[in-house]
Design a protein around this ligand. Structure first.
Ligand SMILES: C[S@@+](CC[C@H](N)C(=O)[O-])C[C@H]1O[C@@H](n2cnc3c(N)ncnc32)[C@H](O)[C@@H]1O
Length: 384
């Protein structure tokens, strides 16, 4: 990052971009920590096209095969158990698997969510192709029967969802998550706060390390008491709600409608009265919000986007608002698209009118959210 910024001769700090990279904050748990896993359906090493697991190989080399996830240390045994039973179920089903979206077939991947109380939610994705709703209903009933009365009952699912999708990913609004059995939500506790999580909502995959992450963010913001926190890409509201005791006001912005509903519910559930939530794309919502926002008491931005990073309009809206002196960027892939954002915060882009006073990175703290993988979540603080 410093190399990239230093190449920009216009950069105000090109001679001094040093900032401390603190030691990695460890995850309290390193095995079986994942609370969410998605298993694909594809051709196994034995040639069986109804294999539930993970791809290895590449499309280019034409050697993709699907292997079971039983050897994975980061995944709890419950996820492996549900995946194995789903494989058993689709092998019994007369319907074909959907391996390539344009190539026919129905059974697609399965997502399994668990929480620390031992509850389990499974979401089965299904391509309807030309089946009628009545025909699909027969297969949904077979799925419920398998997991409630049949061999899959051993998985003790608390929720079973079904989504008909013709695309790689559909939101609840594009194609509803249909609750076939059990409870509509799963709940999790983080730092003494309770969070409702819907089928379509994001939640950090490692609960214990998420606590370490949110504690790290709170610690880095310890001096910033009062004022307004902008929780950009807030998911179910976890960061803003956990920081709410030290802020006067929290405004969360989130794209996924179910997550926004969860965030509002979670604020009320935890009797937190200073959090409000706006739904929509941050690049659309934020520029309008910044134009009208009362910045008395100070403004802090905490952003935690997906791998794709922030749209430049978000960077521009935040950078061009003089009241934001502190910007906390949490990234699961800091060397990817997020790098574009780091540069956008620190050097000017006249073409895109990113011209507000430049930020300077002041400290970086990696948090090991993903033990047994090379990935680390990075908390990067920018100030000006
Ligand atoms: C890595 S998650 C972080 C969620 C939350 N901050 C947390 O710690 O649980 C990223 C979130 O950004 C949301 N998101 C993705 N693109 C977005 C956009 N353009 N505008 C607003 N939110 C977006 C996703 O739906 C997801 O909930």
């Amino acid at each position: 990052m410093t190399k990239q910024l230093a190449q920009d001769s216009m950069h105000p700090f090109s001679n001094d971009l040093r900032f401390p990279l603190l030691p990695i904050v460890a995850s309290p748990v390193s095995d079986g920590y994942r609370n969410k896993s998605t298993f694909s359906v594809n051709i196994g090493v034995d040639g069986n096209p109804k294999t539930v697991g993970f791809y290895i190989g590449t499309g280019k080399a034409g050697n993709i095969v699907c292997v079971h996830g039983d050897h994975l240390l980061n995944m709890p045994s419950k996820h492996k158990m549900v995946a194995r039973h789903y494989e058993d179920f689709i092998r019994l089903s007369p319907l074909k698997p959907c391996i390539l979206l344009h190539d026919g077939g129905h059974w697609r991947e399965i997502t399994i969510r668990t929480n620390s109380a031992g509850h389990t939610m499974a979401i089965v994705y299904f391509h309807p192709q030309t089946l009628t709703p009545e025909e699909i209903a027969v297969h949904k009933a077979a799925l419920v029967e398998y997991f409630t009365q049949g061999p899959g009952a051993v998985c003790q699912l608390d929720s079973l969802y079904f989504q008909e999708t013709t695309m790689t990913r559909c939101s609840h609004e594009q194609s509803p998550y249909q609750l076939l059995h059990g409870q509509p939500h799963i709940f999790e506790e983080v730092l003494g706060f309770r969070f409702r999580i819907s089928a379509d909502s994001f939640f950090q995959v490692n609960r214990g390390a998420a606590e370490a992450l949110y504690k790290t963010v709170a610690e880095l913001n310890r001096a910033c008491v009062g004022g307004t926190l902008l929780d950009v890409c807030c998911g179910t509201g976890a960061i803003g709600i956990s920081l709410s005791p030290q802020m006067e006001r929290v405004i969360g912005i989130e794209l996924i409608e179910q997550a926004v509903e969860d965030a509002k519910f979670n604020a009320a559930l935890n009797r937190v009265h200073n959090c409000e939530y706006l739904s929509g794309k941050a690049e659309v919502v934020l520029p309008n919000l910044m134009a009208t926002l009362n910045s008395d008491g100070g403004l802090i931005a905490v952003v935690n986007p997906s791998r794709a990073g922030l749209h430049y309009r978000v960077v521009r809206a935040l950078r061009n608002h003089p009241a934001i002196r502190r910007f906390v960027y949490i990234s699961c892939k800091p060397d990817g698209e997020a790098m574009r954002n780091f540069i956008g915060l620190c050097s000017s882009d006249y073409k895109r009118k990113i011209i507000g006073e430049a930020f300077k990175p002041t400290v970086a703290v990696p948090v090991d959210l993903f033990p047994h993988t090379p990935h680390c979540e990075l908390v990067l603080v920018f100030e000006r």
